[in-house]
Design a protein around this ligand. Structure first.
Ligand SMILES: Cc1cc2nc3c(=O)[nH]c(=O)nc-3n(C[C@H](O)[C@H](O)[C@H](O)COP(=O)(O)OP(=O)(O)OC[C@H]3O[C@@H](n4cnc5c(N)ncnc54)[C@H](O)[C@@H]3O)c2cc1C
Length: 471
């Protein structure tokens, strides 16, 4: 077990084995802790499971650990929110384990971990999107004060990913890449056997690898197992739902997954012609889940995006009885009363009033949809005409035909129900010695660093839980 293998970062992304023979030998060992999935949650889980020098094996199916960290925040990685409210997290499960994990590693301690332990200095940026907490919860603060998003000062997501890898390495974690766990079996000894496939070792790195040439399938044994395989969103990063299938096969109850924080489709040619128009809005659901978000809205060539739309998308995409809820839009920041006052007191035409407060292309579209003439004097509108225009300005029903799905979803809704795990450790109630963390669990949050907040917190709890139960 002293024979630790690690990967070295040999170029921009290429990861090469230092000691591939060690990998063959160590496959026969029973590891105290194995973590499956080297994403955000799995990296933190491995770091904390390895505390005190405990040997930990981290298995990653791709050759790029932490790919979602690398693409997060447009390559800048929105590491955390500057201030958070636990009531904004969505789950269809009882919320006890969610609140317990967030309380176990609060926001302020997480920011200190990144800044002091990992050496990733953080900065706060304003974020004008407000997602109204639909659930009671607690406010979590950090040294960065009020609301906003935290990014690395370097603006480099790579710095965050590499710092986590370095810390795992410093604590002696062994990382195997190209190791896809395809089957999990519980042995009579209560240990776990993992079937690993598709090692995809590059011949250039390992010309004589027996694993590659004659043993593409292999087994790994462990006492404790942490599953951190993520959900189904952006499958090209490695998370395609295999982990969910594996834990479901072990008897865990799973809330049916669905894409969340994903752009919506719809609107037809008239709306698609507005592609590129962006403005602040207030979005409210009508029917189904009661949700409200204020923030930026973007017309796309296929429908609608922007933080406000992404935050509300799950209200539409989640499996639910028909009809789907309607999303109503208040364009811009004016309420119906403010629009009424502006129209009644205006000296000019209807279009002029609207384009002083909204992007011109949208203003023209709304005036036409309301059946009005652009130059018609705003102050002289008949009451019914003004009401029709006000409805379009402040209660606009967004015509939604679908969504962009997992290809573009930033997270997956649904997952392993939270009542399947012990809140203090995230150990499974169904399979002792198995721990779950990250997006595989039935939790996600809005845009703004909330999803990493959950991944880091749950990784910390599962990592410590697995290492504590090993003592
Ligand atoms: C484009 C994009 C931008 C985002 N930006 C942000 C942001 O700025 N801030 C924020 O808070 N959140 C952001 N998110 C969300 C955030 O990335 C996720 O919530 C977070 O990565 C989930 O962490 P995880 O470890 O649970 O899963 P993942 O990060 O998906 O990691 C799962 C890992 O498990 C591996 N794996 C899966 N199956 C197996 C298997 N069978 N065997 C071995 N390995 C396996 C995968 O290859 C992957 O490496 C973004 C997401 C996307 C898609």
């Amino acid at each position: 077990m002293n024979d630790r293998a690690w990967v070295t970062i040999s170029n921009a992304e290429g990861l090469a084995w230092e000691d591939n023979a060690a990998r063959g030998r160590m496959a026969e060992t029973v590891w105290p802790v194995v973590v499956v999935g080297a994403g955000a949650a799995g990296l933190v889980a491995a770091i904390f499971a390895a505390e005190g020098g405990r040997p930990v094996l981290l298995l990653e199916r791709t050759d790029r650990p932490g790919q979602k960290i690398l693409i997060a925040g447009g390559g800048r990685c929105n590491v955390l929110p500057a201030q958070a409210h636990s009531g904004v997290f969505e789950t269809d499960s009882p919320r006890e384990a969610l609140e317990a994990a967030l309380a176990a590693w609060p926001l302020d301690q997480q920011t200190r971990f990144f800044e002091h332990t990992l050496g990733v200095r953080l900065k706060r940026e304003d974020f004008p999107t407000v997602f109204t907490p639909p659930y009671p919860g607690v406010v979590m603060t950090s040294r960065f004060g009020g609301p906003g998003k935290l990014f690395p000062v370097s603006d480099q997501a790579r710095q965050v990913r590499d710092a986590l890898l370095d810390e795992a390495r410093r604590r002696g974690v062994t990382l195997w890449t190209n190791a896809s766990v395809e089957k999990i079996e519980r042995l009579k000894t209560n240990d776990w056997r993992l079937k690993i496939e598709d090692w995809k070792l590059k011949p250039s790195h390992h010309p004589s690898s027996h694993l590659q040439s004659s043993n593409p399938q292999s087994s790994v044994f462990s006492h404790r197992l942490i599953i951190a395989t993520g959900g189904l969103s952006v499958p090209t990063t490695g998370s395609d739902g295999t982990g969910l299938r594996l834990v479901e096969a072990l008897g865990h109850a799973v809330t049916a997954p669905y894409p969340a924080l994903t752009p919506l489709l719809g609107g037809g040619p008239a709306h698609h012609a507005l592609a590129g128009v962006s403005l602040p809005v207030r979005l409210t659901t009508e029917g189904g889940l009661s949700r409200q978000a204020e923030g930026s809205f973007l017309f796309t060539h296929r429908g609608y995006s922007g933080p406000a739309v992404l935050d509300m998308s799950h209200a539409v995409t989640r499996p639910q009885p028909a009809p789907r809820p309607t999303l109503r839009v208040q364009w811009g920041e004016q309420s119906a009363e403010e629009w009424t006052a502006a129209l009644v007191q205006a000296r000019g035409g209807v279009l002029q009033v609207l384009r002083e407060r909204l992007p011109e292309r949208l203003a023209r579209h709304l005036v036409a949809e309301a059946g009005l003439v652009e130059t018609q004097r705003a102050a002289e509108l008949r009451r019914a005409d003004r009401q029709r225009l006000l409805d379009r300005l402040t209660r606009y029903p967004l015509p939604i035909s679908g969504d962009e799905g997992y290809r573009k979803a930033e997270v997956t809704g649904g997952g392993v129900r939270l009542d399947q795990v012990h809140p203090a450790t995230l150990e499974s109630r169904v399979c002792p010695n198995l721990f779950l963390c990250g997006e595989i669990l039935d939790v996600f949050g809005p845009i703004g660093g909330y999803n990493f907040l959950w991944a880091w917190a749950s990784g910390y709890v599962a990592g410590r839980g697995a290492s504590a139960s090993d003592k």
